[in-house]
Design a protein around this ligand. Structure first.
Ligand code: GAF
Length: 391
């Protein structure tokens, strides 16, 4: 593989000639089921062929040397296994440190350090989970270099702990799960209440999933994400205080929610909780429609999901709304919605393959006219989850 040869050469230039191992972890799109994971609902993501590559070799001392070709100006970042605390100066390398630290806390032992070179082709900050991709890349690398036996769910949960405990972002399990369990041409229906999942073939005939990047970085998203999560928790508390015996919003049907929503007694909280409950149902329906080959009905659910994220959950904004409404108006489009946390990042559209060029040109023009800068487009291919690459 050409890319791996180039990465090996780059590794040797930085760290000298060594016997190396190679790894890959994908990014993800979420077909539907947004902001449902931390509400005990269903999500329906898939890992994509864009991702993060890593080349690594063990060292004979306790040092860890880290180099990212995406942040080349930062040079080689040096850390030590004895001090893995979060350090803002270390930027992207904190994800690597966080994974080692969280695995150490679970009793895994690292006798020596390592050299790691990474390169990613997921657009950074685009909401396609470049950070979870790096976490899982480091996870599979550590498993291999140190002969650890970590079951996949534990590795996935370790990635989530890095977000939650190391970075203080109260994200759900979806991204790490999609990247840890992804399979070529399959999406994952995960019920976060039971943690049971089902692999679902994604058969789109002459349609494709086009990723549309707003090119808007998600500066605000971190605090807003935690705010949405707290709003849902408060809505749940009020429903419970009103007598509902539930542990999560994901346990409610739409009808049960409608009957009981007045218990929440706050218009904003009602909207947030309604999104969580209805989106969960849409996700179950979407899996059914996709499996039955009803792409039209599947696409309609994508449209409804976006409307709910815009109106009830309020996590879209001008950029995502412009992309999605322009996409929905194009010929050969069955549905479109934002994907990921929102507030910028990416949207996806289900587009007839023969219309993709025209689609991209038209959406590009609309976006430039309304937003003032340009979006980017990529056709999504669903690929395998995090893995060691063969030599
Ligand atoms: C981010 C989070 F990391 C996920 O856990 C999920 O909540 C998503 O936003 C919204 O659906 O990607």
């Amino acid at each position: 593989m050409k890319r791996i040869k180039e990465l090996n050469t780059a590794f040797a230039e930085k760290f000298g000639p060594k016997t190396t191992q190679q790894f890959f972890a994908p990014g993800r799109i979420n077909l539907i089921g947004e902001h449902t994971d931390y509400n005990g609902g269903h999500v329906f993501p898939a890992s994509i062929t864009y991702g993060t590559y890593g080349v690594a070799a063990k060292r004979n001392d306790s040092k860890v040397f880290l180099y990212s070709m995406n942040f080349a100006t930062e040079g080689v970042i040096q850390v030590d296994l004895d001090n893995l605390d979060y350090d803002p100066k270390h930027g992207w390398a904190n994800y690597v440190k966080g994974m080692i630290k969280k695995l150490q806390e679970q009793g895994y032992y690292f006798d020596n350090g390592f050299d790691l070179l990474v390169q990613g082709n997921i657009p950074n900050g685009a909401g396609l989970s470049s950070s979870a991709s790096l976490e899982l890349l480091v996870g599979v690398m550590l498993e291999d270099l140190y002969q650890l036996e970590v079951n996949r769910l534990d590795l996935v949960e370790t990635g989530q702990k890095v977000e939650n405990e190391y970075f203080g972002l109260h994200t759900g399990i979806m991204d790490q799960f999609a990247i840890g369990f992804g399979k070529e041409d399959e999406a994952i229906l995960l019920d976060v209440n039971t943690m049971k999942h089902e692999m679902v073939p994604v058969v789109l005939g002459d349609y494709a999933i086009v990723i549309m990047n707003t090119n808007k970085r998600r500066e605000l998203s971190d605090s807003k994400y935690n705010e949405r999560r707290s709003e849902c928790e408060e809505a749940l508390r009020r429903l419970q205080a009103g007598g509902l015996e539930i542990d999560s919003l994901g346990q409610l049907t739409n009808a049960e929610f409608d009957e009981n929503q007045d218990l929440i007694q706050d218009e904003i909280l009602i909207k947030r909780a309604r999104h969580a409950v209805y989106e969960n149902q849409r996700t179950i329906d979407a899996k059914f429609e996709l499996s039955a080959g009803n792409l039209k009905a599947f696409g309609k659910l994508l449209d409804e999901s976006h409307a709910s994220l815009r109106d009830d959950y309020e996590v879209t904004g001008l950029e995502l709304d412009t992309l999605v409404s322009s996409a929905q108006a194009q010929e050969g489009v069955l549905g479109a919605r934002m994907t990921g946390a929102g507030f910028g990042g990416c949207a996806i559209a289900l587009v007839k393959e023969s219309e993709i060029t025209k689609f991209e040109n038209n959406v590009y023009d609309d976006y430039l006219k309304i937003v003032g800068y340009t979006p980017e487009f990529y056709v999504a291919h669903i690929g395998d989850g995090a893995m060691k690459l063969k030599d």
